[in-house]
Design a protein around this ligand. Structure first.
Ligand code: HMG
Length: 384
């Protein structure tokens, strides 16, 4: 039975900064950020937004009443959880109006969480073909003002509806997973920002891709020519390029150029958003599908998922005839174009204005979903 992605959508907050402005403020050559890191803009979120508001906004656009009746599992992949115990998926289940007889939970393993959710959903649908599973990747990537990771921040969510006989991508059964206990990026309990060894993290990412790619090709008897494109986890857009160059340097030049051209199409949105953590791979997939005119039905797309710590996975899917009808490039372009550009002073003020969960407060925000009140440490949301 074919199982895969039937619907997919992303949401990002309505504010951003320009990376040239950030470079000037930090007295860095702007080319370091725009070429060396590969980022033009970076999404910024306010304290009235969190992983629930992003996730609800991303999911609401794609869910119809029959989906809400058929969904029997809501999975959120995140490393920006808002509670040590209760899963954000439970709140989302109510906010979205999913029928009650469903399983809702959260998965964490850095940027790998949503991929784990997808694999869990796939097995569930194979056993229950009528079921639909909502998998959402939602995160706020923050390293701190003036930190080494500052130019690689971002925020937002990707929502995916997984079903049997999907209309976008059917998953192959070719997954290759890798677990390595490495401290390249981690966030101890109680810390607002992650600890990160940036250069080690780059190296582990590249080595992980090398290992899973080689083992994947050996096990499945495949090579680069079997793939129309490869989508990567994109912490910043230069990262996937570095992994590609490290692994495909021995391939013939035409193949290198072909894969690199598709990679460029997969980073169009990330260049304007930054890191979505667990959503980044899937934001890249949306970008590839919406911005490439070189793909067609039956094409095999490789997906490289990487979560620091570190777990990685390479798997693939085939494009379904008519997949273009399930996409919405116009709405996504509009979402990005209509955002408000912040000055660096405004960004810094928003960044330091954090939500105090132990302090009762009320807020008003004109976004479809936002935190309207904190009472007794509970977040109450304004619903669209
Ligand atoms: P850094 O020390 O600020 O930068 O750290 P750099 O000195 O390494 O320079 C970056 C690049 O800019 C280099 O290119 C320079 O040559 C170039 P590269 O050698 O890498 O190809 N450069 C210039 N280019 C043009 N003109 C110039 C110029 N100057 C320099 N004038 C780093 C950069 C990304 C390490 C830092 O921002 C960081 O720590 N970020 C956070 C960690 C991260 O994103 N790691 C990625 C892999 S791990 C991962 O993906 C998982 C993650 O998403 C978390 C999770 O799983 O949850 C992060």
């Amino acid at each position: 039975m074919n199982v895969g992605i039937d619907k997919i959508n992303f949401f990002v907050p309505p504010y951003y900064i320009d990376m040239v402005d950030l470079a000037h403020a930090r007295e860095v050559d702007p080319n370091k950020f725009t070429i060396g890191i590969g980022q033009d803009q970076m999404a910024v979120s306010k304290k009235t937004q969190d992983i629930v508001t992003f996730a609800a906004s991303a999911a609401k656009e794609i869910l119809e009443p029959e989906d809400l009746q058929a969904i029997d599992m809501v999975i959120v992949g995140t490393e920006s959880g808002i509670d040590e115990s209760k899963a954000s998926a439970v709140v989302l289940h109510r906010l979205l109006g999913v029928q009650p007889f469903a399983r809702s939970f959260e998965i964490k393993e850095a940027c790998y969480g949503a991929t784990a959710g997808i694999q869990f959903a796939k097995t569930h649908i194979q056993a229950n073909p009528e079921s639909k599973v909502l998998v959402i990747a939602s995160d706020i990537a923050r390293y701190g003002l003036r930190s080494g990771g500052e130019p690689t921040q971002g925020a937002g969510a990707v929502a995916m509806l997984l079903t049997a006989n999907p209309r976008i991508l059917t998953f192959e059964n070719d997954n290759l997973m890798l677990t390595q206990d490495i401290y390249d990026f981690w966030r101890p309990l109680g810390h607002a920002y992650p600890m990160v060894d940036g250069h080690l993290s780059n190296q582990v990412y590249i080595d992980s891709f090398k290992k899973v790619w080689q083992a994947h090709c050996e096990r499945n008897q495949t090579s680069i020519s079997d793939y129309a494109a490869i989508s990567f986890h994109i912490p910043y857009t230069k990262m996937g390029k570095k992994a590609l160059l490290a692994v495909f340097a021995d391939e013939v030049e035409t193949e290198q150029e072909r894969v690199m051209a598709r990679y460029e199409e997969s980073i169009v949105y990330s260049r304007r958003i930054g890191n979505l953590y667990t959503g980044s791979l899937y934001l890249g997939l949306i970008s590839l599908l919406e911005n490439s005119s070189h793909l067609s039905a039956g094409d095999r797309i490789g997906l490289f998922s990487y979560g620091s710590g570190a777990v990685s996975e390479f798997f693939s899917g085939r494009l379904v005839a008519g997949y273009q009808n399930q996409l919405n490039k116009e709405a996504h372009t509009q979402l990005l174009d209509q955002r408000q550009k912040l000055s660096i002073e405004e960004y810094e003020a928003i960044f330091t204005d954090s939500l105090e969960i132990d302090q009762d407060a009320a807020f008003s925000d004109d976004l479809p979903y936002s935190i309207r009140e904190i009472k007794n440490t509970i977040r109450y949301y304004k619903e669209s």
